[in-house]
Write a protein that binds this ligand. Structure first.
Ligand SMILES: NC(=O)c1ccc[n+]([C@@H]2O[C@H](COP(=O)([O-])OP(=O)(O)OC[C@H]3O[C@@H](n4cnc5c(N)ncnc54)[C@H](OP(=O)(O)O)[C@@H]3O)[C@@H](O)[C@H]2O)c1
Length: 369
């Protein structure tokens, strides 16, 4: 046993301290330090570098880091919001944007607004009727080409993926934008142990595997042409662990890490990869009415596209940006996890009560018939 470990053990007389490191006091920490460090702290040997000076230097670094984050927040919020990076991906020159989960919500809006900017649009989702209707709307309003490709990201087999690859890359199609928007969640927060295992597997398949597979088809083509943008629609639920939405939260954390690593790889190859930190948006998934915190998909996507390609990890909507800044810089993760835990329990209780009321109403109606 090393002398440090024995020092730690000898300084932890109660079992509580061994189990919960948070109960350690400053004195406990001080007592396990080697004598030369104690001497250093007490300024017995190191002259000008006394404890106060060291504290000042460390404190100064912390304050500077904090100020830098505030300046970065204000810069992204106000200075970059009016730029239009997205047109550099050859808008109006026959380039294509591929949008997954395009039949409704945020994905539908990406398709509409990218068409408005004169990209041809490749639409993917399961509901063919909704996609056909959207394709008609886009063609009438913006006179660009549209391809509808009904696709189930949860159920697709290798043959479906091969067909998708062939269609995407047919005629040497130049795809300069891929919006990895498709994502699914539990209908309401539920304990992992009670949730349908097939649904949990589908969440991983759609939110992780599908994103990797479609990107692996398109990314090398973008590298070949030295031009492209991959927009990965993430979630605040991926920024810290969310109990009762544990798998969704885990998949969005995967999306963020994968996305940021790919951004670094893509940088030298002319491909921008951007992870978009999304908080609430008023859609079928959030079941929320529009508010200042939960914008409409239209307002949300406008902000995303204004800075599309400018940052590798972005929260383009101002209210979401402020919240994610607070998560990164001032809110302790433990407190966030606890708050999400309580919030999700509340949402679950209300959802179960609503479900019960609906079932009772249906039973009453059935009796009357
Ligand atoms: N809304 C929010 O508050 C919020 C917050 C944070 C992050 N996000 C993220 O934003 C993205 C879009 O969410 P949203 O709110 O717009 O969701 P939404 O309204 O539920 O739309 C989801 C889209 O994905 C498609 N889809 C679902 N399962 C699919 C599957 N197996 N195969 C192919 N397509 C499928 C749906 O179309 P079909 O049914 O036709 O297939 C639909 O077009 C997601 O990644 C979500 O995690 C949303």
């Amino acid at each position: 046993m090393s002398s440090t470990v024995s020092a730690i053990l000898s300084a932890t007389p109660t079992p509580e301290r061994v189990i919960n490191g948070l109960n350690w006091t400053f004195d406990d920490l001080y007592n396990i330090l080697p004598q030369w460090v104690k001497d250093w702290i007490l300024n017995k040997q190191l002259g000008v570098f006394n404890f106060a000076t060291v504290s000042l230097i460390v404190g100064g670094i912390v304050v500077l880091k904090f100020l830098a984050s505030v300046i970065a927040l204000l810069y992204t919020m106000f200075l970059t919001s009016k730029t239009n990076y997205i047109t550099k991906y050859k808008a109006g020159y026959g380039a294509w944007a591929v949008v997954t989960g395009a039949s409704q919500g945020i994905g539908r809006e990406f398709a509409l607004q990218l068409a408005e900017k004169k990209f041809n649009i490749f639409l993917l989702a399961r509901n063919k009727e909704k996609l056909d209707e959207l394709a008609r709307d886009i063609q009438q309003a913006y006179n660009v080409e549209v391809i509808v490709h009904p696709f189930d990201f949860a159920e697709a087999d290798d043959e479906d993926w091969d067909k998708l690859e062939d269609t995407l890359l047919a005629n040497d199609r130049e795809i300069t934008i891929l919006v990895n928007n498709v994502g699914i969640n539990q209908p309401y927060p539920n304990p992992f142990a009670e949730e349908d295992p097939d649904l949990l597997t589908s969440i991983v398949t759609v939110n992780c595997t599908a994103q990797v597979r479609i990107t692996r088809i398109i990314f090398p083509e973008m590298v070949r042409r030295h031009k492209g943008l991959i927009l990965n629609v993430g979630s605040v639920a991926g920024l810290f662990p969310n109990a009762f939405l544990a798998v969704y939260s885990g998949t969005k954390a995967f999306l963020r890490n994968w996305s940021r690593a790919l951004a670094l790889e893509g940088e030298a190859m002319g491909v921008e990869v951007q992870h978009v930190k999304t908080y609430y948006v008023s859609t079928a998934m959030s079941k929320m009415k529009p508010t200042s915190l939960a914008p409409t998909p239209e307002a949300y996507v406008r902000k995303v596209l204004a800075t599309g390609g400018a940052f590798e990890d972005d929260a383009p909507y101002p209210q979401h940006m402020a919240f994610t800044w607070a998560i990164d810089n001032i809110l302790p993760e433990g407190a966030l996890m606890q708050k999400a835990y309580e919030l999700n329990i509340g949402i679950r209780q209300r959802a179960l009560a609503r479900k019960k009321r609906l079932e009772e109403a249906e039973a009453t109606a059935a009796k009357k018939e």
